[in-house]
Write a protein that binds this ligand. Structure first.
Ligand SMILES: CC(C)(COP(=O)(O)OP(=O)(O)OC[C@H]1O[C@@H](n2cnc3c(N)ncnc32)[C@H](O)[C@@H]1OP(=O)(O)O)[C@@H](O)C(=O)NCCC(=O)NCCS
Length: 89
């Protein structure tokens, strides 16, 4: 149906990338996998975590999806928005 991947990119900072197959898009799976994935990540590392997503500014659905689950734009450069959700856990 798709996939989600977290990679450690700094002390207490992880990156996330997510994709949902076209035929399953728009029914809540993107939001659910980000929320569930972040919960699992916090459990696994046993502490607070900040997560970053890099999204094309032209990708309105993706921007909206991350905003919907609590991410805000940290910086925007060269058509890419770096979005973060800080200190969950
Ligand atoms: C971005 C992506 C993961 C979203 O997954 P999804 O399962 O389709 O999204 P959801 O069903 O959880 O919807 C999330 C929000 O976007 C909205 N949305 C979803 N598809 C939409 C569409 N085609 N047009 C407008 N809004 C849309 C939903 O209504 C929802 O809004 P809400 O929070 O206000 O209710 C998916 O579109 C995707 O895989 N895109 C290609 C890969 C990508 O861009 N990844 C992100 C970069 S890491």
């Amino acid at each position: 149906m798709g996939g989600i991947r977290f990679s450690m990119i700094g002390e207490d900072l992880w990156s996330v990338s997510v994709s949902v197959l076209k035929k399953y898009q728009g029914v809540g799976l993107g939001k659910k996998s980000i929320r569930d994935g972040m919960r699992e990540l916090c459990k696994k590392i046993g502490g607070r975590v900040s997560v970053e997503a890099k999204v094309l500014e032209s990708n309105h659905v993706s921007l909206h999806t991350f905003k919907s689950v609590g991410f805000t734009v940290h910086l925007a450069q060269g058509g890419i928005a770096v979005m973060r959700r800080m200190n969950d856990g």
